[in-house]
Design a protein around this ligand. Structure first.
Ligand SMILES: [Zn+2]
Length: 386
């Protein structure tokens, strides 16, 4: 294999990344396990591990070694010595929480209503982040699950139809200035994809889709093991396909976009119109479950449009699994079955038959955490020397 073009620093970084991927996939491992799993030489693995321990991304502890029948030293993603912070930016409320590097949520989320004014939003986020920092544990960074179109390369929100306060702003750069912590914004459907692959039901899957149908409608796609981005990270905006040219006004400025018809918000809006008072989706669900309101008609319509979204994702990307993240699917146990039946009538049969449709196993909290963990592990940590 020609090696003249590869710099030693790059090789070292690749080893570091491979070690991190291995620990993310398998959990705690000894140095010997890592050498065997990665196929990289023991001294090279040891150097990478030393860098990672130094950076705070890994910690070493005693864990039961089943092969030896006694506890042995194991390396793991930091659980006690370091933490990351997840920020979920959303239309109605924001959530800020801390987690260990293996994705386990550590704190109760700080929740506040999303201010309409950007400086106020930034102030509230900064305050929440600072409240989660502790003396004992190193905070390695902040992941921000962000709605709308984001130039992820330049970390700028280009246009967010449902959260316009962040348009042309950079919440990640501003949070870094305010807190001194590395911060990264990832588009919310893409962040959910990362979470599902790291912590949810997409572990080990290379071809899957994630349809987020909460406030807006977004699609994240892993194809051949790669998260699809388009040329500047804006791919996946299935929600702004026109379904009804004369339909309801969408946050993007057009009318009748799929996201005005097939989301939690769409259901809440149509139910609110029918009963004559404005209810957010959580209250709609509570009222239905308490038997106070009946929403069969509205639910049927939203389910039909949701099946259009699912069928489109299946026809376009031929995924092995399609995960759906939405509160409306939790209304009762039959909704998913009903949506799948509708999808079967719309999608192309060979692609539909190969695709397993499930409710997403990961949350937006985990999506925010996965964004920063992915960033730190992909860039091999903030303090790792090249
Ligand atoms: Zn739209």
């Amino acid at each position: 294999m020609p090696s003249s073009g590869i710099k030693p620093g790059l090789l070292r970084k690749m080893t570091v990344r491979r070690v991190l991927e291995c620990l993310q996939e398998h959990g705690p491992l000894s140095r010997a396990d890592l050498t065997r799993e990665t196929g990289i030489s023991a001294p090279t693995v040891s150097k990478a591990v030393a860098d990672l321990l130094e950076s705070g991304l890994l910690e070493e502890g005693m864990a039961p070694d089943h092969a030896l029948g006694r506890p042995g030293k194991k390396l793991q993603l930091a659980q006690d010595t370091a933490q990351v912070i997840g920020v979920v930016l959303d239309v109605r409320e924001c959530r800020v929480l801390s987690a260990s590097l293996d994705g386990a949520i550590k704190s109760q989320a700080v929740v506040f209503s999303t201010p309409e004014d950007y400086p106020q939003l930034l102030e509230a986020l900064t305050k929440a982040v600072k409240s989660l920092e502790t003396e004992e544990v190193v905070t390695l960074g902040i992941g921000i699950s962000t709605p709308g179109l984001i130039d992820e390369q330049n970390q700028r929100s280009l246009f967010s139809p449902n959260l316009q306060a962040i348009n042309q702003r950079s919440p990640s750069a501003d949070l870094t200035s305010a807190t001194g912590l590395t911060a990264i914004s990832v588009q919310e459907s893409r962040a959910l994809c990362l979470a599902e692959r790291l912590y949810g039901n997409a572990r080990g899957l290379d071809d899957f889709g994630m349809l987020d149908v909460t406030s807006g409608l977004g699609l994240g796609v892993f194809s051949g093991g790669t998260l699809l981005s388009g040329q500047s990270g804006l791919a996946g905006e299935l929600g702004h396909v026109t379904m009804d040219p004369n339909g309801r006004q969408c946050g993007c400025g057009n009318r009748g976009c799929l996201e005005t018809l097939a989301t939690d918000t769409a259901l809440a809006v149509t139910v609110s119109a029918a009963i004559g008072r404005a209810l957010p989706i959580d209250q709609v669900i509570a009222e239905v479950q308490n038997g106070n309101i009946q929403i069969d008609e509205q639910l049927e319509l939203v389910s039909e449009y949701l099946s259009v979204a699912l069928a489109a994702a299946i026809n376009l990307f031929n995924p092995s699994n399609l995960f759906v993240h939405g509160r409306l699917l939790t209304l009762n146990s039959n909704i998913l079955k009903d949506v799948i039946a509708r999808t079967s009538r719309r999608a192309l049969a060979p692609s539909f038959e190969e695709c397993d449709i499930q409710i997403a196993g990961s949350s937006k909290d985990q999506a925010a955490v996965a964004s920063i963990v992915h960033h730190l592990t992909r860039s091999a940590g903030p303090r790792v020397a090249e």
